[in-house]
Design a protein around this ligand. Structure first.
Ligand SMILES: O=C(O)[C@H](O)CO
Length: 328
């Protein structure tokens, strides 16, 4: 089919996206006529009726009412990534537009980053690296010790598909695994990863050496971990967040880390992203912060794009939609 005849997809990206958009373009071009935001804004009149779908790159850019009003033929917003907290699902659905996400592509790489953060924090890799590369280092000696993850207790808050992959990986470290969920998983699934259900999150917080937060950001999970929850954790425990920054009360986290209420934190997500350069979290040495890189791998980007494309095509062709997200 000639490019002109393909359904138009508007690409919404956050700019500076590690040059990957160029690679994805080839994939998208097989099915769509690609329209960048720049092209759209420069030629709104001609472009607006051609656009039937929006491809949202990496879960970050939002879609406002003005954009929706200017796209009369829009049918679907294909989010590449699982979290859709940046989208106003109710407003979008009022326009008769569907939203889809990519839960399968993100599970392995996000679980990997959770485990990487747990190990890096436990063994103080960032501090070690700083010593190794510092021009002031004359000989290798550290005046601190890490802790081991092997046989430690890991508490997973939010055992969905990412949390489950974390549990699978944690088994390789002989970790004792606890989890807290709104809905308990099936017995066979618990047994397969050797995980024990904690009906009360407090029990998990009190018993865990590492607490990993993997929930979606919703009104119910906003500030799920605050001063009270941090106070329940062991002073030797580490908090890991691979979900969304706003799930943790960041002021309470600063206080907890400054006062050694908990040992350390390791987070791939903050609120906002990036943190203001004078934010107190950036001044602490018992936290590791990475720039929301849970899915920043060559493989994940490709898989997310493929999953998003399949979702978008299903909507446009009136077929069953693999991963639709509904407003609550
Ligand atoms: O929600 C997700 O899948 C990730 O955060 C995308 O970057």
């Amino acid at each position: 089919m000639a490019e002109e005849e393909l359904p138009g997809v508007l690409i919404l990206d956050i700019g500076g996206t590690h040059g990957v958009l160029e690679d994805l373009a080839a994939l998208l071009k097989k099915h769509f006529r690609l329209i960048t935001m720049k092209e759209f804004l420069e030629n709104k009149k001609e472009m607006s009726t051609k656009i039937q779908s929006v491809f949202v790159f990496e879960c970050r850019p939002t879609i406002d009412q003005e954009l929706l009003e200017s796209l009369p033929n829009l049918k679907v917003i294909g989010n590449s990534g699982v979290g859709v907290d940046h989208l106003d699902l109710k407003m979008i659905s009022n326009f008769g537009v569907k939203v889809t996400n990519t839960p399968h592509a993100v599970a392995d790489p996000t679980a990997d980053i959770g485990v990487a953060l747990m190990l890096a924090s436990a063994r103080r890799l960032v501090e070690g690296c700083q010593i190794a590369v510092s021009p002031d280092t004359k000989y290798f000696a550290v005046d601190w010790l890490g802790v081991e993850v092997t046989r430690a207790t890991l508490g997973i808050i939010g055992m969905g598909s990412i949390g489950y992959k974390v549990a699978q990986r944690a088994r390789a470290f002989d970790m004792r695994i606890l989890y807290h969920n709104r809905n308990r998983r099936r017995k066979e699934e618990e047994e397969a990863v050797g995980a024990r259900y904690c009906e009360k999150m407090a029990d998990l917080l009190q018993q865990s050496d590492f607490v990993m937060v993997v929930v979606n950001l919703t009104p119910e999970t906003r500030k799920l971990i605050g001063k009270k929850e941090l106070g329940l954790m062991k002073p030797t425990a580490t908090l890991i967040n691979i979900s969304r920054g706003a799930v943790i009360d960041q002021d309470a986290l600063v206080e907890a880390l400054q006062n050694k209420v908990i040992r350390a934190a390791a987070v791939d997500v903050t609120y906002p992203e990036p943190l203001p350069r004078d934010h107190p979290l950036l001044k602490l040495n018992n936290i590791i912060i990475t720039p929301h890189i849970g899915t920043a791998t060559v493989q994940a980007m490709r898989m997310m794009a493929e999953e998003a494309i399949a979702n978008i095509l299903a909507v446009l062709n009136g077929q069953p939609i693999p991963s639709e997200v509904f407003p609550k």
